[in-house]
Design a protein around this ligand. Structure first.
Ligand code: NI
Length: 204
């Protein structure tokens, strides 16, 4: 197992379109496991292969809420609880989408930023599992939001592209100009509080 480097906006490699895999080889299975380890190490709940500089259609997720080292499955919806976790899917395709929902999304590739994004409330997704077996899941809740966020990565798209044009440009310019704040060196008390609060939120 290995912890992989996570690319951060505005790295142009995050904009590449990812290709479907022809077959889930043992090497790809190991790569998916490395992605999971990487995601857990950065306390993320989802990670797309594009974020670790591999342009294949693969995403990994674990949206189970955790408290004191224990999973609190009762906080998940009925449909979410039926999704195998950790969830690994190659070549994910959304075959059904219904309703609308919003969530304050974050991203390991855009650290410390959280913005409200609109997504479909329920999605049905097909693809291949970590063993190359066809799978089909129907989910809503945070798991549905996360799947849509990660599939965006495979198409070179980030959650900050899905904001109003003014907000999107403002955030991108700010990051390009100032980079990301260093959590170990807060500028002032207010910023420190903000950073600590952000760490409690979900990173997709
Ligand atoms: Ni992301």
């Amino acid at each position: 197992m290995a912890i992989l480097e996570v690319l951060k906006f505005p790295d142009p490699r995050l904009r590449k379109k990812c290709a479907a895999v022809k077959e889930v080889t043992p090497e790809l299975k190991k790569f998916a496991e490395d992605m999971l380890e990487t995601m857990y190490s950065f306390k993320g709940i989802g990670l797309a292969a594009a974020q670790v500089d591999r342009q294949i259609r693969l995403l990994v997720m674990d949206t189970r809420p955790k408290e004191n080292g224990e999973y609190k499955l009762e906080e998940m919806t009925e449909l979410e609880r039926q999704v195998p976790m950790p969830f690994v899917i190659f070549n994910p395709v959304i075959v059904r989408k219904e309703g609308k929902t919003t969530y304050d999304e974050g991203c390991l590739s855009v650290p410390t930023y959280y913005e409200t994004v609109e997504r479909f409330n329920l999605v049905e997704v097909t693809g291949l599992d970590i063993n190359g077996k066809p799978i089909q899941v129907t989910t809503d809740g945070l798991t549905a939001i996360c799947v849509q966020h990660e599939i965006d990565h495979l198409d070179g798209k980030l959650f900050i592209d899905r904001l109003s044009p003014i907000k999107s440009i403002r955030i991108k310019n700010k990051i390009k100009k100032f980079g990301y704040p260093d959590p170990s060196q807060p500028q002032d008390e207010e910023e420190l509080e903000e950073l600590l609060a952000d760490q409690e939120e979900h990173r997709l």
